[in-house]
Structure formats: C-alpha cells, structure tokens
Design a protein around this ligand. Structure first.
Ligand code: ATP
Length: 306
C-alpha cells in the first residue's frame, strides 16, 4: 500500500518555543491515523503545516507525492479539513451552506454531491437553519463540507472533544465508514476514540512522535502485562497484595508480569496455594492506550516510525 501523506524531519518553532523538533510519519493510503498528544503538544500546528497554513522551519510534507508549500493551495485540492470549532453561516440551512461552498470551490455535479454528502452524514432530513444545530450536527455538517470536493486526505482537528458519548460514538462511526475511501488524519486527546477506529496511532510528545504503530503493536511493545486477582474478602486481598508486593484496590490485586500469561498464571496459582489463598476470579488485563500513552510519554522510549 502506498503512502498518501509523508512528513520528513518537520520542525516548527514559535519564538523560543520549539513545538515540532523532528517530526516524521507517513500514512498509508485509505487508512485512519490517530494523532494523540497532550494539550499544546503541537497537533493543530502539524495539521496547519499539512494544509500549508503555517510555514515550517525545516522539513518536507508530501501529499500524494506532491510537496506542500506554505501559502499555496495547490495540494489543498486533495485535502478536506474539519477544524476543531467549525464556523458556518448560522442563518443558512445545511443545503444552502453546502451549495455556497460548492459554488465557491466549483464542485462539479453539485446538487447530486450535496445530497449524497448530506445522506452520508445523516443530515438529509434536517431542513432547519444551522443556528439550531447541536454540536454533533455541526461536526457532521463540517465533515460534509470537508468531503464535498472528494478529498483524498481528510484532516480532523479534535473532532470529538466537544461531543457527548453518544455523539462521539456516532461521529467515530461516520469517520470509520470512510475507511478505505478516504485517508483520515485526526487528532484527539481521547485515547479510547483512537483505539476504536484507528489503523495507526502516533503519540506526539516533545515535538516528535514518541511512538507510532498500529494499536495492536503499540500494545505488544509498550503495554505492561498485568493480571487481576479478585478475592472474596479484604483480608485475603491484603494478604495476597503483601505476598506479591502488588497494589490492590477494592478486593482486586493487580500483578505485573513479564513473559507468557499462561506460565505466569500457573506460577501465581502455585504461590497462592502454598499460602492457602484462592481468588474468586483471575483475569488477564489488556493494556489500554491510556496506559501506553503514560508509559511512552514518561519513559521517553525511542521513536519508532511506521
Ligand atoms: N501562532 C502561534 N504563536 C505562538 N505560539 C503558538 C501559535 N500557535 C500555537 N502556538 C503554541 O504552540 C504549541 C502547540 O500548539 P498546538 O495548538 O499545535 O497544540 P495542540 O496539540 O493542538 O494543543 P490542544 O490539544 O490544546 O489543541 C502551544 O504551546 C501553543 O501555545
């Protein structure tokens, strides 16, 4: 699979603050890439650089093999952009607004395109003005606008951060439905969102990608292997925690191990039998992206690029 977007050695500073120090990553065509990072990590800056809205101090960005130049809109014919707070003319309906956008950007077959796009984002039956739209509806209209010129690359800046759980789930489903057709780069600090739909995850930290891989490989590389043992009583939980020198909460002790789960679980059972303890439940805990994010950003692991 070829790469639709490539960033090489990107650097950007604002005054004395180096926001991006040496940013490298690529996104294979048709995949969904989740860019995560703490507030101020440089996610929006990265997106604005890809859109040619900011000037890089060094480095190269290629979209479909074409170089992005600051201030030029040539590569933007291949991109659609949903900013973190999309702005519309609120007195218009979504159809009127998309018609205006289509006219401004000379979209061919505009009427059909508008209807198809409204159906795709689930706004085809909504006829009232944008003024009365919920945040979720505004995000969906934003996606419709971004998709109107059939972009190859869709860039969404924190698209779910202002949405409630149901709105977030609906929006993520919508992004996921684009998989294969459009290459998606979206930023967020909600790690469960990334986990749900991304093919690749990049963790932006100190101006670099501190980790970049598929969620499964990130888990395998950075995730700590843990098992949780639940006991019937607090007294047993305490004895177990003391025996393994492991943390506990409520009636559950969490043991971190290395090696295979089967071998470790067997050993833990033998140890428990020896001290006459038996849990009511023992389960393997899969590492979450939250845990991996903490691991990567606190331990300064070396960069891995796709
Ligand atoms: N035009 C600017 N002038 C000066 N500093 C800026 C400018 N734009 C961004 N910054 C600074 O660059 C850093 C990165 O900002 P950016 O908005 O890219 O981060 P972010 O990861 O998108 O953060 P958030 O999650 O809070 O939106 C921040 O410290 C920000 O204050």
């Amino acid at each position: 699979m070829s790469d639709l977007l490539t960033l090489y050695h990107l650097q950007k500073r604002y005054g004395s603050r180096a926001v991006l120090q040496d940013l490298n990553f690529k996104i294979p065509r048709g995949s969904i890439f989740g860019l995560v990072g703490a507030n101020g990590a440089g996610k929006t800056t990265t997106m604005r650089l890809i859109l040619g809205l900011e000037k890089a101090d060094a480095g190269t960005i290629l979209i479909n093999g074409e170089k992005v130049h600051y201030g030029q809109t040539k590569t933007n014919r291949m991109t659609g952009y949903l900013p973190d707070v999309p702005a519309f003319y609120d007195y218009m309906t979504s159809r009127e607004y998309l018609r205006l956008c289509a006219d401004l950007t000379h979209v061919a077959n505009a009427t059909v395109k508008i209807e198809n796009t409204l159906a795709l984002v689930g706004l085809e039956e909504v006829h009232h003005r944008i003024h009365g739209f919920s945040r979720g509806m505004r995000q969906r209209l934003g996606i419709a606008q971004a998709l109107l010129n059939d972009p190859e690359l869709l860039i969404c800046d924190e698209p779910t951060s202002a949405l409630d759980p149901a709105g977030r789930a609906a929006f993520l489903n919508l992004l996921y439905s684009l998989k294969g057709r459009v290459t998606v780069l979206f930023s967020t600090h909600i790690l469960s969102d990334v986990e749900r739909i991304s093919d690749y995850v990049g963790i932006l930290h100190h101006g670099r990608l501190a980790a970049c891989d598929t969620p499964a490989r990130l888990r395998a590389i950075y995730g700590r292997h843990q098992m949780a043992l639940t006991f019937a009583t607090v007294a047993e939980t305490r004895r177990c925690a003391t025996h393994f020198q492991a943390p506990w909460h409520d009636c559950t002790v969490t043991i971190t191990y290395q090696g295979s789960y089967a071998a470790e679980a067997r050993q833990v059972f033998q140890d428990l039998l020896a001290v006459k303890l038996m849990p009511v439940n023992l389960r393997r805990v899969d590492p979450t992206l939250d845990q991996i994010f903490m691991e990567v950003t606190q331990n300064e692991n070396p960069t891995r690029v796709l």
